[in-house]
Design a protein around this ligand. Structure first.
Ligand SMILES: [Zn+2]
Length: 253
């Protein structure tokens, strides 16, 4: 087959994934055999779950599109809805169930705090993460872009920031979760859904001071953890306020 050239332009925050050798765009890839567009995009460092739309010479295509001749390719991120109005979106935003890798403890805790269903184990290996993702139809959250490139992954996101609160804001934006926040409904320890409990039901688990000071409780039916509006509660409330304030902050500008 006669060699041919693919010229790629990546928009929005997809630039985050391009290595230093691709600092200037368009990126040119020389090919000498039929190659799927998905493989060419991932060879530039961009995981496919981050890609929402692809144009080949101005025409929208899917990941299975095969490249056989010189073309210009434009690639758009999932979080950049204003950049492109096309019917052919490759990602969905309506996902509120996640599995997070072992490095994303703060993000997991924040998302649970806001009521979202996040499977997490600090000990889970890549295989287990992918199993949970597929079996329970969850989106994969990981900063391991190789893992995100695995062919089994349909939905996922790589937090750009290394800071938990910022990662939380990124995920809320990417999956359009702002209207779905239900704080203090989920166990921070195990992800269980909390149930109201009477003082009588939880009294054996309480310290004397807590017994005296609080009357409203919630309990996790899965791990028995008891929650009440103590000082830790106020700290969590502040975390929620901080995240919400930053979300609205950015939307306003
Ligand atoms: Zn629990």
């Amino acid at each position: 087959m006669k060699p041919f050239t693919i010229r790629l332009n990546f928009f929005g925050d997809l630039v985050f994934f391009l290595g230093s050798r691709f600092r200037s765009q368009p990126i040119e890839r020389r090919l000498s055999e039929r190659t799927s567009i998905k493989d060419v995009i991932e060879s530039c460092g961009v995981p496919h779950p981050e890609v929402d739309a692809i144009l080949v010479n101005g025409q929208a295509v899917g990941f299975d599109h095969t490249l056989v001749s010189n073309v210009d390719v434009t690639v758009f991120p999932a979080s950049n809805q204003d950049t492109l109005r096309t019917e052919k979106h490759l990602q969905v935003t309506e996902i509120s169930r996640f599995v997070a890798d072992g490095h994303l403890g703060t993000l997991t805790r924040n998302l649970r705090l806001l009521g979202f269903d996040v499977a997490f184990s600090s000990r889970a290996d890549d295989r287990e993460l992918l199993d949970i993702m597929a079996r329970e139809n969850r989106a994969l959250l990981t900063r391991d872009r190789r893992l995100l490139m695995h062919s089994i992954v349909q939905h996922g996101y790589c937090p750009r920031s290394q800071i938990g609160d910022q990662q939380t804001i990124e995920v809320l934006r990417r999956f359009n979760l702002l209207g779905l926040i239900t704080p203090f409904t989920r166990c921070l320890r195990c992800n269980g859904l909390l149930k109201d409990a009477t003082k009588l039901e939880v009294i054996v688990d309480l310290e004397p001071l807590t017994k005296m000071s609080y009357d409203q409780f919630r309990r996790c039916p899965d791990c028995s953890q008891v929650y009440w509006a103590g000082s830790h509660f106020q700290k969590l409330e502040k975390t929620i306020e901080r995240i919400q304030a930053r979300l609205f902050d950015k939307r306003g500008d």
